[in-house]
Design a protein. Sequence first.
Length: 169
Amino acid sequence: MAQLTEITGVCIRERCRWDSTALLTVETADGDVTGKVDCDPDDLMTAQEYRFVGQWKTHPKYGDQFHATSFVLVTPHSRQGIIQYLRRAGEGLRFGPVRAAAIYDEWGQEAIAKCRTSPGEVVELLRRKQLQFDHAAAVNLAARLGEDAALESCMLDVLDLLTGRGFPR
């Protein structure tokens, strides 16, 4: 069995898709990588960081590609990633990119943690910036972000346990 490798990178774009397979451009610390992964169309979001586990393979025409057998979302650290992460968590709560950007501009990389733990401060900040957001919605946002954190942690633990043991994603 070939050696499994792990890479972490930001999903830049989906280059093409056929059935449940996507060909991606992933920006890693070592440069852009072409990744091939089995996933549903909504599983991966651009500008978000993921941890991919798989193998390097050389395509005769296109060169080196990373064939991922599994992946998990990593809590983002960039401005764009945090805003998109918060916006996605706030879907249906009237929480879009403007409110997410205001929160990021105030708390920077602590924005997600602040939204998880201090919904009252989030409401107060948005009120000061004249971006009304009610307390119940802020509590729902905090709950969603808490669930996301728990899921990400659990998925990383399961990924570590099962990767390389013949289980599909």
